[in-house]
Design a protein around this ligand. Structure first.
Ligand code: GCU
Length: 430
């Protein structure tokens, strides 16, 4: 009897250890384990032509790389709608105890009256001039960023969280200000910047439902039920939604539409990079702890790998990206080329020491290897050849900073973002 039971038990133990081992093997946390790899050269076209002028970059290589990222990584998004319908739903010139103006704007993402609506919350300093403005999506709805009773609670699906006051996927009053540590609104406004934010789930709820809800179905062809392998996943949809917010912002006289800085954290950092690459109207891009599929080089496989991200979040990228699971070297692009697509606009890549899952060194290397494109376009690239020390920010036009601490957005991070924007968009001293 004993042996009959012992055998399957042993098998179970062995396979459980095997699985654990396989999982442990997959996550590289040691530089010594990073495989050798060769990066595609952003300045060599697919047919081998060397790209030696800004014109050749703009006419040959940039469109080629855009096409490759669309086809193989994020998926192609639909064109911008011809016109954008919006309605200012709330407005106050006496927000934040009289320090700011607040606007809430409902932006219709399709011409279907039942279609998704992006609710944009805007805080602006009190000035008569149009202001440079940060545009960033949020994870839990606009009401989570600031304890301000005038902010409408989100109506869309939310990820459950007791801490944030989300119950049964719906917002409760407890949500108000629950993420405020990441959003130093007063400080931003006092420094002369506007802040525009919207809930990413207004565009596409962040779970894998094979694209039945959110924005995707509004663009299906007759009979289509989910995006094709080269069509937009959720990251591309969120980025597309940011461009719709920018459509609105560019015609709002209170905002300087030529100075909108797209910023994002984590999965929304990946989104900010793709939004900045695909929409040149964004004047500058800031990626915070964006990691795999964001600023980190995929070929390093350090921390989160392509296979892991595609398995845990099958809806984020296009289906073609799964071809590169455990097969990163076959991908015709890597993430330094995503940053190159932002050139010559200012771009700041931000890492955190304890955020090893996002591969800080890989994030630095992406900026480093994008640098030649900035230089070819006649502007300063990353002013560091080596990974800078912690808390020694390199705030060149293509910048990189690593700070102590965890995967998060801190008030001190926002100080850096503004210092960076001051220098590169407003021409103020660094
Ligand atoms: C997970 C995921 C990351 C992502 C992060 C986030 O950790 O693996 O890729 O950046 O979630 O968005 O919070």
């Amino acid at each position: 009897m004993r042996s009959v039971f012992a055998f399957p038990c042993l098998l179970l133990v062995l396979s459980a250890t095997g699985m654990l081992h396989a999982q442990q093997e997959q996550v590289i946390y040691d530089e010594a384990d990073v495989p050798k790899f060769t990066l595609p050269d952003p300045l060599v076209a697919a047919d081998g032509t060397k790209i030696e002028s800004a014109q050749a970059w703009n006419e040959i290589r940039r469109p080629e790389l855009m096409g490759l990222f669309e086809k193989e990584v994020y998926g192609k998004s639909p064109a911008a709608p011809e016109k954008i319908a919006f309605e200012v739903t709330e407005s106050s010139d006496d927000a934040l105890g009289g320090k700011a103006r607040r606007r809430q704007v409902a932006i219709r993402l399709t011409d279907d009256p039942e279609g998704p609506v992006l609710n944009l919350l805007v805080y602006l300093p009190k000035t008569d001039q149009p202001v440079p403005t940060f545009m960033t999506l949020n994870f839990f709805g606009n009401a989570s960023i600031q304890d301000d009773p005038a902010i409408q609670l989100p109506q869309s699906w939310l990820r459950n969280s007791t801490d944030k006051g989300v119950d049964n996927h719906k917002a409760t009053e407890k949500l108000r200000g629950a993420s405020s540590s990441r959003w130093p609104v007063e400080m931003i406004v006092e420094n002369g910047y506007g802040l525009a934010t919207a809930y990413y789930g207004d565009i596409d709820p962040d779970f894998d439902d094979k694209f039945q809800n959110g924005i995707h179905p509004y663009f299906y062809e007759e009979g289509q039920t989910e995006p094709k392998p080269d069509q937009w996943g959720s990251i591309a949809a969120w980025a597309w939604g940011m461009s719709r917010a920018l459509d609105y912002m560019q015609q709002d006289n209170e905002i300087d539409g030529s100075k909108v800085i797209v910023m994002g954290h984590s999965r929304l950092g990946k989104t900010a990079l793709w939004a900045g690459a695909s929409d040149p109207r964004f004047a500058a891009v800031i990626s915070n702890n964006s990691g795999c599929g964001g600023a980190a080089l995929s070929r390093r496989r350090f921390g989160e790998s392509v296979k892991r991200i595609n398995t845990s979040f099958p809806h984020w990228f296009c289906d073609n990206f799964t071809k590169y699971n455990h097969n990163e070297d076959a991908c015709p692009v890597d993430q330094h080329e995503l940053i190159a697509l932002i050139a010559p606009r200012p771009c700041l890549v931000c890492s955190a020491v304890e955020d090893r899952w996002a591969d800080p060194h890989g994030e630095f290397l992406s900026a480093h290897f994008a640098s030649p494109v900035y230089e070819l376009l006649g502007v300063e690239g990353l002013a560091a050849d080596e990974m800078p020390k912690v808390d020694e920010p390199v705030l060149s036009r293509l910048g990189y900073v690593i700070r102590p601490g965890k995967h998060d957005v801190l008030k001190s991070d926002w100080e850096r973002y503004m210092q960076f924007a001051d220098a590169h968009l407003l021409g103020k001293g660094n």
